[in-house]
Design a protein around this ligand. Structure first.
Ligand code: TXA
Ligand code: MG
Length: 314
């Protein structure tokens, strides 16, 4: 029997019950599919690391369904609340200072004094969180370091029957993970480029965001690891043209592309297709290696370039 479930009312209730009881549920968000657990159930949280093969020290993002919940968890201020009001629900994760003394969320936070929180812009995710009655921690629902999943089938391919339940919400609209900003200090720091363009945050706030340039081998956000999101075959990026024995993932008007992230050069479309097309390229390239056309670094292009740089790291 398949572990993929349609998001019917009955299945959502079942999924919420599973979450409350400490089981894992994979669910769609607007960015990528998440592998969810009850934040307060350390055993369930631990099983996320086990299923993903992820090192223990990686902290997880808590997903909430109401902005108000931020205050239960963490120190907020006017700037955080204004940002949340404007950008939530959406692909933006806040790193905040924890205020609770609830040690049951220590594992989710890897024992750090800061917590990552976001409100996903997907009705199935929001419904699941509300029905569960607890925040849901969820990393992307794939094996550690592999390409992130943007469909329920990707989750099944990567994690198989290790997840009892995968809610099927179709393809993710945004397609790259959330932007992560640390807002615990006066100077906001970008820890991971993602589905919210930093230009949008900067123009909303009227202040500059510092781009984290910490030592990539000691990442402050493990999405910063040099090799991450990797396809199985080697990938050459910024390929102006296709070389012999290459399978080219195009962007824009590229006649020789074998597949194309967005023939019209639309960065949103390209982000939504990115991970699915890296998988497709792996499947279709035969004995060839992979190459990808240059992608502009504006707007969502920053997140795309971040992912493909890590995916191409040797
Ligand atoms: O779009 C997303 O954010 C997806 C969907 C499922 O919501 N989730 C996701 O989770 O990408 P994950 O676990 O693959 O990436 C979470 C990132 C990691 O790089 C982690 O280190 C960072 O968030 N993070 C979590 N808590 C943190 C903290 N307290 N301080 C710094 N970084 C933190
Ligand atoms: Mg991930």
């Amino acid at each position: 029997m398949s572990n993929i479930y349609l998001p019917t009312e009955a299945n959502l209730n079942l999924a919420a019950q599973n979450i409350r009881q400490g089981q894992l549920v994979a669910f769609p968000t607007e960015t990528v599919y998440g592998l969810g657990a009850n934040v307060y159930n350390a055993q369930a949280v631990a099983s996320i690391f086990e299923v993903k093969g992820r090192p223990r020290f990686d902290p997880l993002i808590s997903h909430i369904a109401e902005v108000d919940f931020l205050k239960e968890y963490a120190t907020t201020d006017e700037r955080v609340l204004a940002l949340a009001k404007h950008f939530c629900p959406g692909p933006l994760t806040f790193i905040l200072r924890r205020i609770d003394n609830n040690s049951s969320i220590d594992l989710a936070c890897s024992g750090l004094s800061k917590i990552a929180v976001r409100m996903p812009n997907n009705p199935i995710a929001l419904d699941l969180i509300r029905k569960s009655g607890v925040p849901i921690v969820a990393p992307s629902a794939n094996k550690f370091k592999a390409v992130s999943p943007t469909t329920a089938q990707h989750v099944q391919e990567s994690l198989g029957d290790k997840v009892p339940m995968i809610l099927d919400g179709g393809a993710c609209k945004v397609g790259v993970e959330s932007t992560i900003i640390d807002v615990t200090d006066k100077q906001i720091v970008l820890l991971r480029a993602g589905g919210t363009a930093i230009e949008d945050i900067e123009s909303f706030l009227g202040e500059k965001i510092l781009i984290s340039d910490g030592d990539p081998n000691k990442p402050s956000a493990p999405g910063q690891l040099l090799k991450h999101y990797a396809p199985k075959n080697s990938l050459r990026i910024n390929a102006e043209s296709k070389q012999d024995n290459e399978f080219l993932i195009g962007f824009g008007n590229v006649a020789e592309a074998d597949i194309n992230l967005s023939p019209t050069g639309d960065l949103k479309e390209a982000a939504a297709n990115l991970f699915a097309y890296m998988r497709l390229a792996d499947e279709q390239c035969g004995s060839k290696t992979l190459a990808m056309s240059p992608i502009p670094t504006t707007g969502l292009g920053l997140a795309i370039n971040d992912r493909i740089k890590r995916a191409s790291y040797k």
